[in-house]
Design a protein around this ligand. Structure first.
Ligand code: GLA
Length: 411
């Protein structure tokens, strides 16, 4: 653990002491992610290739008696509390709804829950497409798993966290963000098959090629619930239903089950907007598999080209980019030493991810970002991502017994 990380943990513990009068029993960390390629394919049961990053969400907690959960947010400097028997979304403390949602989903699934006091601390930029909300949910679900001694698998924790985002927060997200926040590996991307939730670790040895994975925050924040995300999902479902009727082949359960050659044959039956959405998904699945193969074959040039193609499709077919982001991406792609650049995450704002020679990072920051600022009036922020491990328990009681479970009446 770096000195910087140790200092952060000390600050979190001392805040906990200040708020609750003793040190926390548990400290859990869950990272954000950058998606290298495979956008809007997860909820279509397709392929994605994300990596966990060294920006994370930390929750420090101790079991409490009674039925009250109290949480202090270091980021907002606000305290929220609620009882296990009546969990509603908070209008006052928006940031607390990710925690409320996971606890509520946990109770519904396990018919029991546990009261606790917590301090939360995140350094993933919010609304930037780097999965700050998934990291929050995964940290809380992992904490509950520890406190309640349930020994859930990573897959079960990811599904619970996703359900909470779908049902409580109201975003019909796929499984990618929660899954990679749990299963990320240092120095590797995770090839996730969202149909059967199997993964393959794909080495991402940036140092070997002297490459940098550069995340650029466009400075345009997006609010997923208010965005067109759920609408895009519906469009994919409607396109799929039409294709199932037209193709009349058995075993088509998702767009993933339609190969691109077959899609091309039948695409003209779809209305234009749906045709474009489905085309993106079908081709993006192919690109993910090719991109993973390119990384395995050490063909980083090919990988970069696929990133560029993915962006073009997000812009033209899936229509989730913005003109400011298109400008940033095209200037980045044209910059010497850049292998590929694209919008990452859901879109409608947020970050780009770019693969470039390490020696090009300085000139990228000094030339491309001022051009972007001049054209848009917005200052973009750059993070050089380190590909990190998935969620971990940093501290827990020596013999964690799970404390006393507060049994909550069947819901
Ligand atoms: C968000 C969602 C993910 C995924 C991406 C788009 O990050 O949470 O499930 O759909 O958008 O690829």
């Amino acid at each position: 653990m770096s000195m910087h990380e140790q200092a952060r943990l000390r600050r979190i513990k001392s805040e906990f002491q200040k708020q609750f009068g003793h040190l926390p029993q548990y400290i859990v960390r869950a990272p954000g992610r950058v998606n290298l390629i495979g956008e809007h394919t997860d909820y279509n049961r397709g392929f994605v290739l994300p990596a966990a990053i060294d920006r994370d969400f930390i929750i420090a907690a101790s079991v409490a008696s009674g039925e009250k959960i109290t949480v202090w947010s270091n980021n907002y400097e606000e305290k929220d509390s609620f009882t296990l028997t009546n969990i509603q979304a908070s209008r006052e403390y928006h940031w607390s709804n990710y925690l409320r949602g996971v606890v509520s989903t946990w109770q519904a699934q396990h018919k029991s829950a546990i009261a606790f006091n917590a301090v939360t601390d995140g350094n993933i930029p919010q609304g930037a497409g780097l999965s700050s909300s998934a990291a929050y949910e995964v940290a809380v679900a992992t904490l509950l798993d520890q406190m309640c001694n349930t020994a859930l698998s990573a897959k079960e924790i990811a599904l619970l966290a996703q359900k909470s985002e779908n049902d409580f927060v109201g975003v019909q997200c796929g499984i990618m963000d929660q899954f990679v926040s749990l299963s990320g590996k240092h120095g590797a991307a995770v090839l996730l098959d969202c149909k059967n939730l199997t993964t393959e670790t794909i080495p991402l040895d940036l140092e070997r090629y002297d490459l940098a994975l550069v995340i650029t925050n466009s400075g345009i924040s997006r609010n997923l619930t208010a965005s067109d995300y759920n609408q895009r999902k519906e469009e994919c479902n409607t396109g799929l239903e039409l294709l199932i009727k037209i193709i009349k082949r058995e075993n088509i359960k998702s767009l993933r089950d339609i190969p691109s050659a077959e899609f091309i044959k039948y695409q003209h039956f779809l209305p234009l907007a749906l045709r474009r959405r489905c085309l993106h998904v079908v081709e993006e699945n192919d690109r993910v598999l090719k991109a993973a193969q390119a990384l395995v074959a050490n063909d980083v040039t090919k990988f970069g080209e696929l990133m560029n193609e993915s962006h073009a499709s997000l812009r033209d077919n899936f229509e989730v980019s913005l003109k400011e982001i298109d400008l940033l991406v095209s200037r980045t792609q044209a910059h010497p030493g850049v292998l590929g650049s694209r919008l990452t995450g859901a879109g409608f704002g947020g970050c780009t991810v770019s693969l470039m020679n390490s020696s090009s990072v300085g000139s990228y920051i000094n030339r491309v970002l001022p051009q972007y600022a001049e054209a848009t009036g917005i200052t973009a922020q750059v993070y050089i991502a380190k590909v990190s491990d998935g969620a971990s328990i940093i501290e827990r009681p020596m013999a964690a017994t799970g404390g006393e479970l507060a049994q909550v009446p069947a819901l």
